[in-house]
Design a protein. Structure first.
Length: 740
């Protein structure tokens, strides 16, 4: 019979982490568990977060910032056979409960803990830990057998980490739960000791994994510097005196002095090295001394009382009936993108972010594999996993990638991706999805253990005619660019499922590579988020479209390069400055440098650099860009090729029409004469762009109708929800093929 688990999260002023901690539990593959969240006296918006979850989890309240008291409230509310504890800054591996459960088939087992991985996603924070009766920790090898340490008076015993611990409910109740003196530190160590003294086994399960982020708290800062030492000093001195004193009073006194000296030296070192102010050091020293005095007094009171080995659990409370949590039943999908917001917020990075959020919203279990910048981490946030990994630059990895046809310059990244995917297979990975650009997933092509999907974006072969700097470096062109094109051809020929964002990209790549992959392709037009939809918890309006003004505002958004039509924008805008006095022009997305200045000179458009009506704003934040879209009357997108044209739908989402060249995917985005104008590429393109801009600058009725139509087109065709809905079937198909 399957045991029922009650999972307890104890939280205090961690509202920004709490929703993800709860959502992470919904990805467990265990059939029968409930979730209990006990909120301390939080002063942030934790209660508002919990309001969202009250129909899915049990919610309790703790009147003090006391972890043991909070844990006992969770125990009192638990109706499961086993109670598991996890922190509000941690998320478990989906098999966590399954791995813990099997040990409870032995009735002598009172507690089971797993191994905990730190925020890198690969390094262990804690594995097996033993403690003595003075609270000192020891770290044996993974092969140490802790099972014989289950008898009264055992000098050492297994000590579980609170964020990855579980206990048989009847055993916890038998020992009276947690001792409230342990407000912070050694709380679960005390429980493990008392279970051991009752003859229960406390054991480790290496495969029961929890990923721990280690967030700041009221006790410690982000860099782990203590804010106060009083609670931990009380706990440590209380533990030494209560459990070590009866074992050896002299040693207990020595251990307490050693602890005091060690912490005082540590405070001095931190102050001497600038990590603490002298004022903070004095405060911590006082905390330590007062805490030791308080803990010692409490231990003496317990030793002369009749409390014995009991905790402070309220046995009178009867828990509500078991309240099983609904689980995510969707696919487990990993999306690969070397770049990802916030480090990069354009192109493939932005597409991946939106797809991850949208798939997670539809009930799928999503992982994003991206490049560590600046450091590696694994986090579960916004309802999906992010694995920021480092490249594998080992000779073996690059050689293995080369054997698969991956160019040397990309081999270290592709090898790292392959290794991360192997780790994720333990999660029950169904599908892997990667972009054609930089052949990021090529090492996975042909892996029949997972479904494989490739998304189409601008490829090397398509970009090459617009990258003269590639041809200017013959060795780079030969050893990198041409090899990437060969790899792209191989992937287009062999990847079983292909996701495209436009008909144009399918036609162009079919012609460019002479590979017919249409029958394997699903079209899912690009989406973008709604700039008028507030993302704050109060649901207010984020942005408002300004009323018509006498100033005609035009924006160019993109890199200052030929493919993006920067030269065309410069030539057109230079003419408009002379013809439209009330114009304001903004260039967004790049810096003015030697190359762009040369382009301005060639187009005889140097006046753009001097005219106060023109602003070169460089790179801007996503919030600033949304505001620019909203404030603009027209966005000019004269790209010579776009596989889709994300800038166009971002502008249309803001209710701003677009003037674009009738190339690539832009022909499928802009409805000529309705949501903007399409300009045929050729000799008269600058003249036509100028003509269309002048027309809109002088025809308010046409401009207004186009703004309304642009916004409606976005709502009807280009939301994130529409994009994910169109893409979802290909992931189901890839997963089904994998199962077959």
């Amino acid at each position: 019979m399957t045991l029922k688990f009650s999972i307890v999260i104890n939280t205090y002023n961690r509202a920004n982490l709490l929703s993800d901690a709860i959502r992470g539990l919904s990805e467990l593959d265990y059939p029968d568990f409930e979730v209990i969240v006990v909120n301390g006296p939080s002063t942030d918006h934790t209660e508002r977060v919990l309001d969202h979850w009250r129909d899915k989890v049990k919610v309790g309240a703790c009147p003090e910032p006391n972890l043991s008291m909070s844990r006992n409230i969770g125990i009192e509310m638990s109706a499961g056979d086993v109670i598991a504890f996890i922190d509000d800054d941690a998320v478990p591996h989906p098999s966590w409960l399954k791995q813990l459960e099997r040990h409870y088939l032995d009735p002598k087992v009172g507690g089971v803990g797993g191994f905990t991985i730190d925020n890198t996603g690969v390094t262990y924070q804690v594995r097996k830990t033993l403690c003595d009766r003075f609270g000192n920790a020891y770290f044996p090898s993974d092969f140490f057998d802790e099972r014989p340490l289950a008898f009264q008076g055992s000098p050492i015993y297994p000590s579980l980490l609170g964020t990855n611990s579980s206990f048989r409910t009847t055993a916890l109740r038998e020992i009276g739960g947690f001792d409230h003196t342990f407000a912070y530190l050694l709380d679960e160590t005390d429980v493990c000791l008392r279970l051991t003294d009752r003859g229960y086994r406390v054991v480790y399960e290496p495969n029961a994994l929890v990923y721990h982020q280690f967030a700041p708290s009221h006790i410690r800062s982000k860099n782990r510097t203590p804010k106060t030492l009083y609670p931990s000093a009380v706990s440590k001195s209380y533990f030494i005196r209560r459990h070590g004193g009866p074992f050896s009073e002299n040693r207990a006194a020595d251990e307490l002095r050693r602890y005091e000296d060690e912490i005082l030296r540590a405070n001095k070192w931190l102050a001497d090295n600038g990590d603490l102010t002298q004022e903070h050091r004095v405060s911590l020293d006082d905390d330590l001394l007062f805490g030791i005095k308080e803990g010692t007094q409490r231990a003496l009171q317990v030793l002369v009382s009749n409390k014995g080995q009991q905790g402070d659990l309220d046995h009178s409370r009867v828990p509500d009936e078991f309240f099983p949590m609904a689980k995510k039943e969707g696919l487990r999908i990993a999306l690969i993108s070397r770049s990802f917001p916030p480090a990069q917020d354009a192109g493939i990075a932005r597409w991946t972010w939106m797809m991850a959020a949208g798939l997670a919203e539809r009930g799928h279990k999503v992982h994003v594999i991206t490049l560590a910048a600046p450091e590696a981490f694994t986090r579960y946030e916004n309802g999906y996993w992010i694995h920021a990994i480092e490249e594998d630059r080992s000779e073996q990895a690059v050689r293995r990638a080369a054997l698969k046809g991956i160019p040397p310059g990309l081999g270290s990244w592709c090898a790292a991706v392959e290794q991360q995917v192997e780790r994720l297979k333990t999660f029950g990975l169904d599908v892997i999805s990667f972009p054609i650009w930089d052949v990021e997933g090529m090492a996975l092509v042909g892996d029949d253990s997972i479904g494989v999907v490739m998304s189409l974006h601008t490829s090397y072969a398509m970009a090459k005619p617009f990258k003269p700097e590639w041809s200017a470096r013959p060795l780079f062109e030969h050893f990198h660019v041409n090899r990437v094109v060969m790899a792209e051809t191989k992937m287009l020929s062999e990847v079983p499922y292909i996701l495209a964002n436009s008909e144009a990209i399918v036609e162009d790549l079919t012609r460019c590579y002479s590979v017919d992959f249409r029958s394997r392709t699903t079209i899912a037009p690009h989406g973008t988020r709604d700039p008028f939809q507030s993302e704050d918890a109060d649901g207010g309006i984020a942005l408002v479209k300004p009323a018509h003004s006498n100033v005609f505002k035009v924006a160019y958004v993109g890199r200052f390069e030929p493919r993006k039509g920067f030269d065309l924008a410069c030539a057109a805008f230079s003419q408009l400055l002379r013809d439209i006095p009330n114009i304001e022009i903004s260039f967004i997305g790049d810096k003015v440098g030697e190359h762009s200045t040369q382009v301005l000179r060639e187009q005889q458009a140097e006046d753009l650099l001097e005219d106060e009506r023109v602003t070169f704003r460089g790179m801007v934040s996503r919030e600033e860009l949304d505001q620019i879209y909203v404030d603009s009357d027209i966005v000019l997108m004269p790209s010579r090729y776009e596989s889709f044209g994300l800038v166009a739908i971002e502008a249309m989402a803001a209710g701003t029409p677009v003037i674009a060249l009738a190339v690539g995917g832009l022909k499928e985005v802009v409805d000529d004469g309705v949501t903007g104008f399409l300009v045929q590429p050729g000799e008269s393109e600058v003249t036509t762009i100028v003509d269309r801009l002048k027309r809109l600058a002088t025809d308010n009725s046409l401009l207004s109708s186009m703004k309304i139509a642009a916004r409606k087109s976005f709502v009807d065709r280009f939301t994130i929800e529409k994009m994910v809905e169109a893409a979802e079937p290909i992931y189901f198909s890839a997963a089904a093929r994998r199962m077959q």
